[in-house]
Write a protein that binds this ligand. Sequence first.
Ligand SMILES: [Zn+2]
Length: 322
Amino acid sequence: MVKINTVLGTLPADQMGPTLMHEHMVLAYPGWEQDALAQPIDLKELASACAQALGEVKQFGIKTVVDATPCDLWRNIDLDRMVAEKTGLNIICATGMYYEAEGMPVYLKFRSQVMDITAELYESFMQELTAGIGKTGVRAGVIKVATGHGCITPYEEKVLKAAARAQKETGVPILTHTQQGTMGPEQAALLTGEGVNPKKIVIGHMCGNASLEYQMSVIDKGVYIGFDRWGLDFLFPDNLRRATVLGLLGLGFADRIVLSQDCNARILGRPFVMPDFIQALIADWSYTHLFKNIIPQLKQAGVTDGQIGQMMVDNPKRIFSG
Ligand SMILES: [Zn+2]
């Protein structure tokens, strides 16, 4: 059985159990640390807050959580480790980069003016997948890549190609971010075109597009798809996510879908005061929304325990064990 990298060591893939494939500890956009009035961080306190919030998933049987935070969004391995120790959850961390418009590729942009950075990105990903992240000794278990709205920029294309090369050499899965329900088919085509086994690819945030034609154009590439933003109603309404996943399940694709919430326990920086209308649209967004609301609604619509098991247990295990 394939052993996967968690932040506390390796784990046989068949021991992953019910798995959330795309969550975060915190949301921290590049630049927050330069805000003189950002709330200071006490890592111990932050770890306790994250462990308390994320730990609630254990009562619903979850054993493993993928922290899909890329390198440039304040991924914090010490925080992941502390939360894994406090909760007993298996936490898998990522290497990889976010999409150009919201990530931090300035260093790479500068370097790319004089050289092709694809090889450097590949080497960096490989270091984190095989030797470890910084001095932590923790090896990344997935590669996260991302593209922006409506196009794959030259920078993002280099990230995807570097990820493809690292995937082929290590066998770890690639987990993607798509923006506003676009570029799923293009991501799948680019990655499989680079020789990545489609069974090692999860095209993420596919629940941001209710078109079954769009869904099928990704599924047809042989990859997995992430319905992984439940509760983010201001981006796309849950009822349309539900209608879409019900359509796909009706077509027999329970073996190709994973479920998650893209949630976090805290936003770093200054206190983030959202307008009331947005607050109302994310009122349900939490690490447990899937279990308290969405899965019961899916079952009411006829989805079976077997199908839920495929999406929460069997598919994550297959994605990681290859
Ligand atoms: Zn995410």
